[in-house]
Design a protein around this ligand. Structure first.
Ligand code: NAD
Length: 354
């Protein structure tokens, strides 16, 4: 098993800040993967892990993912992520003290890294961290309310679906198209409403069937049992629940022509991008199409107006147009094209810094 030292020695990222909070027995890791394009930005994950090395590994993997996300979108941000590996779920005063300590660690980086909410951390936590540093996004201090990335992520997915429809069907009208949304939560709900307004026929699936039924009643959609979701006839399958739903077992069952959704890490393995391409299914790379919330949050925290923020999110449509066109030209999976685009943009950034 790798130790923390071994993981740091083997990593191709820039640096890791490590701190131990003796009061709670928690490890704080801030992993900065690549700041070629700008200061790093990525969420704070608070979780329990079998060992501290597992927490660090998670931070490193997620930080690299953020480098890809920002580069693919051409935004001037770098890849970073932090993990607080706590021995148990912390609440109240204990949590607050730990968040202040974490905030001071972020502050010491003087803007090289900024965080936002991620699994296990909330906008309220960001408000606490703001006591120590401005480099935490998630709380709207002017209106004194949490910032919700879900609707912006949903908008990014919606415009990404439009780009996908044009690529596959030659037009982006949702009328007569069926979209299956898997997971009707913070992203799935606003996405479903937007698609319904645009004239799509909706099929909804969620392990919380009451949730799916309630939204289906509101929108006149149908409900599909979770186990029947992959084979359900549709034009677009929108994974908006968990990762790794595209794998060697599910891909052969799909009837759709497009996969476009918000879930992180949708492909169980790299080869699944090629598997989808082999089946003639267009895949909108997850880290591109689901970047709306991440792109919106810092701008909203900085007080940007709604029009500026949504304009930035709508840029995802153009980015996907470019990725799909290049993928078609090379007859390759869009996941392959997106990865090459990331490497190209980072290489140009490095050359510009010399
Ligand atoms: P959420 O927790 O609010 O909603 C997820 C929904 O999926 C819940 O209703 C849950 O019951 C359902 N679900 C869980 N497992 C399922 C399964 N196996 N089959 C069907 N339904 C299942 O989460 P969210 O914020 O809407 O995020 C959805 C996905 O998008 C996650 O993978 C998240 O990491 C990703 N994402 C979210 C954002 C954001 O702005 N919230 C941004 C980028 C990526």
């Amino acid at each position: 098993m790798d130790s923390v030292q071994q993981l740091i020695a083997d990593w191709d990222g820039e640096f890791v800040v490590t701190s131990f909070d003796a009061d709670t027995g928690s490890w704080i890791f801030i992993a900065i993967h690549d700041t070629t394009l700008g200061p790093a930005l990525g969420g704070l994950r608070m979780n329990t892990y079998p060992t501290e090395a597992d927490g660090l590994r998670d931070a490193m993997r997620l930080a690299e993912g953020m480098t890809h996300k920002w580069a693919a979108l051409g935004l001037p941000r770098g890849g970073g992520k932090s993990v607080v590996a706590a021995p148990r779920k912390l609440t109240g005063d204990t949590r607050c003290k730990l968040l202040h300590r974490y905030g001071r660690t972020v502050a010491s980086l003087r803007g090289t890294y900024a965080c936002g909410p991620d699994l296990g951390s909330t906008p309220d936590d960001m408000r606490t961290i703001n006591d120590e540093t401005e480099h935490a996004h998630g709380w709207d201090h002017r209106r004194n309310q949490p910032l919700d990335p879900g609707p912006y992520t949903a908008l990014g997915v919606f415009v990404g679906m439009r780009a996908s429809l044009r690529q596959v069907f030659g037009g982006d009208d949702f009328g007569g198209r069926t979209v299956l949304i898997q997971g009707v939560g913070d992203v799935g709900i606003p996405l479903a409403r937007q698609l319904s307004t645009a004239g799509a026929t909706l099929a909804l699936t969620d392990i919380d069937e009451a949730r799916a039924t309630q939204l289906a009643t509101e929108l006149g959609a149908s409900v599909v049992p979770p186990e029947a979701a992959y084979a359900h006839p549709c034009d677009i399958y929108a994974p908006c629940a968990v990762g790794a739903t595209l794998n060697a077992t599910t891909i052969p069952q799909l009837t759709c022509r497009i996969v476009a959704g918000s879930a992180n890490n949708q492909l169980a393995e790299v080869a699944d991008g090629t598997r989808l391409h082999g089946r003639g299914i267009l895949y909108a790379p997850d880290y591109v199409i689901n970047a709306g919330g991440a792109a919106a949050l810092p701008a909203l925290s900085a007080g940007s107006d709604e029009a500026t923020v949504t304009e930035r999110v709508r840029g995802i449509e153009h980015t996907l147009d470019e990725i799909f066109a290049e993928a078609r030209e090379h007859d390759e999976a869009p996941a392959t094209t997106a990865r090459r685009r990331v490497e190209r943009i980072l290489a140009e950034g490095r050359a510009g810094r010399r």
